[in-house]
Design a protein around this ligand. Structure first.
Ligand code: UDP
Length: 382
């Protein structure tokens, strides 16, 4: 029996950050993952000298200097600034919603004109406290921008009408009355030169890693998941641990005892094209409801690539179901209430910490994942 201090389920950013900090403190750590590679959804794979963001575009951004410095230990970041464009029929607009967007939409020039236009478009709605994404979007940007750039995209991404989605989702995007196409307001932003996988590789360098290993198989079935402190790996070897860090779906861990949590999944159709430059930008959103995909990513532009060929991924959203990858938690009232039941049960357990998007059922950005893992580390080792 090989004895570990920590078993970490999931080799993504949360698990890897915890693993790095624990091994730094002399702890024995085993990390397992169901997939055949490390790095979770930030995994990048090199193809034709291009780093492909296999599970969707990941742009690192943060206002927290501590987190920026932390990440820079593991890779050098370039000066990429995310500035997506949105295609609606034959019209093209800059994102996030800023003076470039408004000027194109309404043929106006000044912030005062843009603000007047928005006010005029929502005057009859009398929204004081936006109750959902639709009301929030309308009150921020008016009817035209909502109809052309938000409504169709959001319904495709979430598979639910905008009035049944929480307002906070749209507040992730900046709204500015300046001519500034930077998608984020954060002080620090960039893409790790050479991709994300190397970061996780370095984080995991001091611990044992077993891939294609399912936690529930290891403990002899999902019904044994809680309170298990030993298990058998697929190669037959036995291991034990004192504490579990679980970054999979919290509802799966508890065998869905309080009901299912809903997730959105994403499917990518990735294609290599024999041309240098397909769309001139890393991210192009297709905001009309009648285009089946939400966006096209052209990976080379994240690193200003000059390769003779290019690789693009069309992104399609769907409802999660067992057997496909869960990506986004659907944080509406119903799911949040179910999650609270799991979270209170989890809080009473001493032997397990739940982390990451799936473990905490939270629409996390990467910097917040790292911060949450570091917070857990400081509690654990205080
Ligand atoms: N959104 C939109 N139109 C766009 C881009 C985003 O309406 O062209 C809305 C949509 O509701 C989406 C949310 O803004 O879910 C957050 O977008 P973000 O780019 O942050 O999503 P992520 O990159 O995490 O998928």
């Amino acid at each position: 029996m090989k004895e570990y201090d920590y078993l970490i389920v999931g080799a993504g950013l949360y698990g890897a950050t915890f693993a790095y900090e624990a091994t730094k403190r002399g702890k024995r750590v085993l990390v397992i993952d169901r997939r055949d590679h490390i790095a979770g959804n930030i995994y990048t794979r090199q193809e034709d000298d291009i780093n492909v963001h296999v599970y969707g575009a990941h742009i690192f951004h943060t206002s927290d200097k501590r987190i920026w410095d932390y990440m820079n230990q593991f890779a050098e970041f370039n000066n990429y600034i995310n500035s997506p464009v949105a295609v609606y029929g034959d019209e093209l607009y800059n994102l996030p919603f800023n003076m470039n967007t408004f000027s194109k939409m309404w043929n106006i020039k000044t912030p005062a004109e843009a603000q007047a236009k928005i006010a005029e478009q929502i005057a009859d709605l009398n929204i004081t406290e936006p109750k959902n994404l639709e009301e929030q979007a309308l009150s921020l940007v008016g009817r035209d921008v909502y109809e052309k750039l938000i409504k169709g995209y959001t319904q495709k991404q979430w598979g639910r009408p905008c009035d049944q989605l929480p307002a906070f989702i749209i507040k992730r995007l900046p709204l500015r009355f300046t001519y500034d196409n930077n998608y984020f307001n954060d002080r620090f932003q960039g893409i790790p030169m050479g991709g994300y996988t190397q970061i996780v590789e370095k984080m995991l360098s001091g611990c044992d890693v077993v891939l294609e290993q399912d936690y529930f198989d290891m403990v002899g079935g999902v019904e044994n998941a809680p309170e298990s402190f030993e298990g058998t790996l697929s190669d037959g070897s036995k291991v034990s641990w004192k504490k579990l860090i679980f970054t999979g779906q919290i509802d799966e861990y508890y065998n869905s005892c309080y009901g299912y949590l809903e997730y959105r999944s994403v499917r990518f159709e990735t294609e290599k094209l024999e041309m240098e430059n397909y769309q001139g930008n890393a991210v192009v959103n297709y905001t009309a409801a009648n285009v089946p995909y939400t966006r096209i990513i052209e990976h080379k532009h994240f690193e200003f690539g000059k390769q003779p060929t290019t690789i693009i991924s069309r992104e399609y959203s769907s409802e999660w179901q067992p057997g496909v990858e869960p990506y986004y938690p659907v944080n509406n009232e119903k799911n949040n209430a179910v999650y609270q039941e799991y979270a209170s049960r989890a809080a009473s357990e001493k032997g397990v910490i739940f982390g990451g998007r799936l473990g905490q059922y939270k629409y996390y950005d990467m910097d917040k994942v790292v911060a949450a893992a570091l917070d857990a580390v400081s509690v654990e080792f205080s």
